[in-house]
Design a protein around this ligand. Structure first.
Ligand code: NAP
Ligand code: 8YV
Length: 327
């Protein structure tokens, strides 16, 4: 069998809707097997026998891994992989890959747009123009908030956090951050606790991964520490925020405004956040351009190709970095 024929025989499971470019490339190289959603109850005997990889937008839980005895690789689409049980994968010698770096600059751009929109009300101002209010009522009211004079705290100074910080520097704004570990050689002020960071700044940008260690980390106490002039922006994961506490803080003036791209139960957005006049809300579009999603799709599929032709991944997640391909 030629190398191409060998790859062509590898069954790759694709649950639910997937990126078109990734699907095209999978079809050109592998044998795609579709399933309506990532649900072990939908796994057939044929899938159990053949599937060696999953390429997925959505989560992959332990039960789905257990239902596929030949599974070697989960190629997750996106840098955040909190919806994939990577610890279970490592125990079962299953490799997990993600798509870091190729989306960093796009997500940082979106964050700046969301921050600006939150403080300067650009969406509401544009609506004012389009609905004829400018002609009928005159100038749009001055924005209550501004970026000028703000001090920004980044919760999660990783790849994207750093790209956001560099943009903010160009805006003339001081930056501080909180991670579990100080980043050596980085000049921005480090705070060993999130509360300490929130107390020191008036603008908090969350860009940490989801998962147990960040679950509801941004709560009433952190929002109170941010203060009445406080602006909170979340581009990381919705699970990091106690959403009822955020809605209460926006309603009672504990903070001034919030800009959110991610939510705890997407695509459902809590009514209190939808109705709040001081929120700017986006439907998880941080990386959502054709340009960047194509780069993510390529990296997702390149991991599949590398695993099945070279027997090594390109971008393994830390939990599975020691998983080795058999044979
Ligand atoms: P990254 O390079 O791994 O950075 C994550 C940072 O968060 C690290 O600096 C890490 O430092 C810190 N961190 C992790 N857990 C923490 C905790 N419990 N407490 C404090 N800090 C913690 O990841 P990235 O590429 O920047 O991506 C970050 C996240 O952005 C992704 O995981 C994803 O959830 C989200 N994202 C969202 C979109 C979107 O469309 N909205 C797009 C892409 C990514 P320590 O390990 O030292 O704590
Ligand atoms: C995507 C993301 O929307 O990369 C991430 O972690 O949140 C986004 O880029 C998501 O991965 C699409 O499945």
């Amino acid at each position: 069998m030629t190398k191409a024929e060998q790859l062509n025989s590898v069954a790759v499971l694709v649950p639910g809707h997937f990126n078109d470019h990734a699907v095209e490339r999978i079809d050109r190289t592998f044998r795609r097997v579709n399933i309506e959603r990532a649900d072990p109850a939908l796994v057939t005997d044929e899938m159990r026998r053949d599937v060696r990889a999953i390429a997925s937008f959505a989560g992959v839980n332990a039960a789905l891994m257990d239902a596929l005895p030949k599974l070697e690789l989960i190629a997750s689409f996106g840098v955040g992989y909190d919806s994939v049980d990577a610890v279970h994968a490592a125990k079962k010698n299953i490799m997990v890959t993600n798509t870091p770096d190729v989306l960093t600059e796009e997500v940082a751009d979106t964050t700046i747009g969301l921050l600006l929109n939150t403080v300067r009300e650009l969406y509401t101002a544009e609506k004012w123009l389009r609905d004829g209010s400018w002609v009928k009522k005159g100038n749009y009211p001055l924005s209550r908030l501004t970026l000028r004079g703000r001090h920004v705290g980044i919760f999660g100074m990783g790849r994207i956090g750093l790209a956001i910080a560099r943009r903010l520097e160009a805006f003339g704004l001081p930056v501080a951050y909180h991670n579990r570990r100080k980043v050596e050689g980085l000049a921005y002020q480090y705070h060993p606790t999130l509360k300490g960071l929130a107390e020191a700044v008036d603008t908090l940008i969350s860009v940490v991964p989801g998962g147990a260690s960040t679950e509801k980390a941004v709560n009433a106490e952190i929002l109170a520490a941010l203060g009445a002039n406080g602006v909170f922006v979340n581009i990381g994961r919705g699970s990091t925020v106690d959403e009822p506490a955020l809605a209460a803080a926006l309603a009672n003036g504990a903070i001034a405004a919030a800009g959110l791209d991610v939510f705890a139960d997407e695509p459902n957005v809590p009514k209190a956040l939808l109705e709040a006049p001081n929120t700017s809300l986006l439907p998880h579009v941080g990386s959502a351009s054709h340009h960047t999603r194509r780069a993510m799709a390529d990296l997702c599929v390149d991991n599949l190709v590398s695993w099945f032709s070279e027997r090594r991944p390109l971008t393994p997640v830390p939990e599975t970095v020691n998983v080795k391909a058999a044979g």
